[in-house]
Design a protein. Structure first.
Length: 323
C-alpha cells in the first residue's frame, strides 16, 4: 500500500538510471515528489527511465558523483556505484573513487543543505563471512588487496565517512546494507547470478556455475528492497543504520540454476567453472533490526520474483539480439 509523505519534497537520486535507482524513482514519483535523477550512465541506461521522459516532476542530469554537484534538494539517496563484479572490476580505481569521492560530495551537499542523506551500502562489507547469518554488528572478513577490494573497501570507507559526518557535523544519515537483489531492469550483462542464469537459459546456452554451486545466496526482489529504502528514510532520526535489507531465504547457486531452468522451460545444461577470488561461500542477512525498527521484511517469494524477472528478459531479448 502506498503511503504519501506529509508534503512534496524535491529528492536527488544518484545512480537513478540504474536498476535499483529507477525503481526507487518510480516509487518516489508515485508518492507525489519531485525527483532529480543524476547518473553518468556508466552502468545505468536511459532505457530504465525512458517511461519518465515527459513526467512533469522528473528531471534527468548526466553527472558523475566524483565531481561536486550544486543543486537544491530536500533529501538525497546516494545509489551511484557499479555493483556487479564485471562492472566494478572494469575500472577499479574509478570504482573506489565513486564510492569515496561520491560519498564526500553527497555528504558535503547534504551538510550545506542540512538535509537527510541515504547511503546504499552493501552486504559486500562483510566479505567472505565467518559469521552466518550476518548481523550488522559483524565487522566482516574482507581482503583489502583482492580483486573485489575496490568495491568492498570503497563501500566500507563510504560508511565510515557517513558516520563521521553524523558524529562531527550532526548530519542526519541513513545507511542500508543491501543483499543480493534482482528483478526487472537488471543489466543483462552485469555478470550477476540471476541475470546471468536467466539470459543463458532463455538463449538455450549452457548455464555457468562457478565452483560446485554449493555456495549460498539470499535473493531479495527489487520491490521489497525499495520499500525498505523508503521505510528507512522515513524512520526516526535516531535510526541511522547500518540496517541489513535483504531476503533471509537462502538457496545454493545450483538450486537457483535449477529453478531458472524449470521456470523458463529451457534445455540449458549446467557447466562448472573455477570459483572467482574471494567469492563468499555464504551470504544471508540477519534482518532483525529491519523488522524491529522499520517493521520491514520481504513479501515476494523467489518463485514469484523470478517469474517477473524472466518475463522482463524474455521481452528484452529480441532487442538485445538485434543490437
Amino acid at each position: 500500500m502506498t503511503r504519501l509523505y506529509d508534503s512534496r519534497k524535491r529528492i536527488l537520486v544518484t545512480g537513478g538510471a540504474g536498476f535499483l535507482g529507477s525503481h526507487l524513482i518510480d516509487r518516489l514519483l508515485e508518492q507525489g515528489h519531485e525527483v532529480l535523477c543524476a547518473d553518468n550512465l556508466f552502468t545505468g541506461t536511459k532505457r530504465n527511465i525512458d517511461h519518465l521522459h515527459n513526467h512533469p516532476r522528473f528531471e534527468f542530469l548526466r553527472h558523475d558523483v566524483t565531481f561536486p554537484l550544486y543543486v537544491e534538494v530536500d533529501e538525497i539517496y546516494n545509489l551511484a556505484c557499479p555493483a556487479s563484479p564485471i562492472h566494478y572490476q572494469h575500472d577499479p580505481v574509478q570504482t573506489t573513487k565513486t564510492s569515496v569521492h561520491g560519498a564526500i560530495n553527497m555528504l558535503g551537499l547534504a551538510k550545506r543543505l542540512r538535509c537527510k542523506v541515504f547511503q546504499a551500502s552493501t552486504s559486500e562489507v562483510y566479505g567472505d563471512p565467518h559469521v552466518h547469518p550476518q548481523p550488522e554488528t559483524y565487522w566482516g572478513n574482507v581482503n583489502p588487496v583482492g580483486l573485489r577490494s575496490c568495491y568492498d573497501e570503497g563501500k566500507r570507507c563510504a560508511e565510515t565517512l557517513f558516520f563521521d559526518y553524523h558524529r562531527q557535523h550532526g548530519l542526519q544519515i541513513k545507511v542500508a546494507r543491501i543483499f543480493n537483489t534482482y528483478g526487472p531492469r537488471m543489466h543483462h550483462a552485469d555478470g550477476r547470478v540471476v541475470s546471468n542464469f536467466v539470459v543463458q537459459a532463455l538463449r538455450g546456452a549452457p548455464i555457468t556455475i562457478y565452483g560446485e554451486g554449493r555456495q549460498t545466496r539470499s535473493f531479495c526482489y527489487v520491490d521489497d528492497l525499495v520499500e525498505g529504502f523508503i521505510r528507512l528514510m522515513e524512520s526516526d532520526d535516531n535510526v541511522t543504520g547500518p540496517v541489513n535489507l535483504g531476503n533471509p531465504g537462502e538457496f545454493t547457486i545450483r538450486e537457483l540454476a535449477e529453478q531458472v531452468i524449470a521456470q523458463t522451460g529451457s534445455r540449458s545444461e549446467l557447466v562448472f567453472g573455477e570459483l572467482p577470488q574471494d567469492d563468499p561461500k555464504q551470504r544471508r542477512p540477519d534482518i532483525g533490526q529491519a523488522k524491529a525498527k522499520l517493521g520491514w521484511e520481504p513479501q515476494v517469494p523467489l518463485e514469484e520474483g523470478l517469474a517477473r524477472t524472466i518475463t522482463y528478459f524474455r521481452d528484452l531479448l529480441p532487442e538485445l539480439e538485434v543490437a
